[in-house]
Design a protein around this ligand. Structure first.
Ligand code: SAH
Length: 224
C-alpha cells in the first residue's frame, strides 16, 4: 500500500517510520511512504504556500494551487482516496482504519496555520479525518497516526496475524492484560491461571478480563 503525504514538513516523516513493524513493512516493500514538500509545487520566488484569509481574521490559510498541483502530480502513482487531516473530520477508529487498509493507497494532505482553503475539500478530497477532538498545530502527527493504524493491518506487517484479531477495538473494545517474566516482581505476581498451562481456563480468564476492560471503556465513552 502506498501512502503519499503532502506537507510543508516532509522531514518529519523521516525517523518515525524507520522503526518497528511499519518500518519493517517499508523495508520489505509492503508499505511505500512518500512525503512531498508542498513548497515544491509553488511558482514564486518565496515558495509561499499560505496567504491571508478572505473576510479577514487572524492567521494564514494554505493556498489551494500548490495542494491541487501536488495531488495531481501524485495521482498517476497512487489511485487511492485523497484524505484531509482536519480536527472536525470523521473520527479515526479501528473500523475506519480497517476500511482504509483495503485501499490501494492514500494521498494524505496535512494542514497548518488556520487550515486549508476549503476548495481543497470541495474540489479534491474524498474524506476528512480527525484523530480526536483536540487541535494540534499541524496535520503531520495526525497523518502519522493514520498511517501507523492503517499500515499495521496490512498482511505481512505484524508477525503473527492472530495478534491483530485480539487487539483492542477488534473483537472487543479492550485487549486482555499481558504479563511476561518474572512471575513475581517486587511482590507483584502474575495471576496463577496464566502459569497453569490449562489453555481452556486461560482463554476463559482472558475473555473475562477483556470484557471487564471493555466495560470500563464503554462507561468512559458514555460519560463524554
Ligand atoms: N483553525 C482550525 C485548526 C487548524 S490546526 C480549526 O479550528 O479547525 C492546523 C491543521 O492541523 C489542520 O488543518 C489539520 O490539518 C491539523 N490538525 C489539527 N488538529 C487535528 C486533529 N485533531 N486531527 C487531524 N488533523 C488535525
Amino acid at each position: 500500500m502506498r501512502f503519499d503525504v503532502v506537507t510543508i514538513f516532509p522531514a518529519m516523516f523521516g525517523h518515525v517510520f524507520e522503526h518497528g513493524v511499519v518500518g519493517r513493512g517499508i523495508e520489505r516493500g509492503i508499505v511505500q511512504l512518500r512525503p512531498h514538500d508542498l513548497r515544491d509545487f509553488t511558482h514564486d520566488r518565496h515558495r509561499q504556500v499560505d496567504d491571508m484569509p478572505f473576510g479577514g481574521g487572524p492567521g494564514m490559510v494554505i493556498k489551494p494551487e500548490p495542494v491541487f498541483e501536488a495531488v495531481e502530480s501524485i495521482r498517476p502513482h497512487n489511485p487511492g482516496p485523497v484524505v484531509l487531516m482536519e480536527p472536525w473530520g470523521e473520527r479515526l477508529d479501528q473500523k475506519l482504519a480497517a476500511e482504509l487498509a483495503a485501499e490501494p493507497g492514500l494521498i494524505i494532505v496535512c494542514g497548518r496555520y488556520e487550515g486549508i482553503d476549503d476548495r481543497v475539500r470541495t474540489g479534491l478530497a474524498s474524506r476528512e479525518i480527525s484523530i480526536g477532538d483536540y487541535v494540534l498545530s499541524g496535520g503531520e502527527i495526525p497523518a502519522m497516526v493514520l498511517i501507523d493504524a492503517v499500515a499495521r493491518l496490512l498482511p505481512g506487517i505484524v508477525g503473527d496475524p492472530d495478534s491483530l484479531a485480539h487487539d483492542s477495538f477488534t473483537e472487543m473494545a479492550a485487549g486482555w492484560p499481558q504479563f511476561t517474566r518474572p512471575a513475581d516482581y517486587r511482590g507483584l505476581v502474575v495471576p496463577d491461571v496464566l502459569l497453569s498451562g490449562d489453555h481452556a481456563r486461560i482463554k476463559q480468564w482472558r475473555r473475562r478480563q477483556a470484557a471487564e476492560r471493555s466495560s470500563v471503556h464503554t462507561k468512559e465513552l458514555k460519560k463524554s
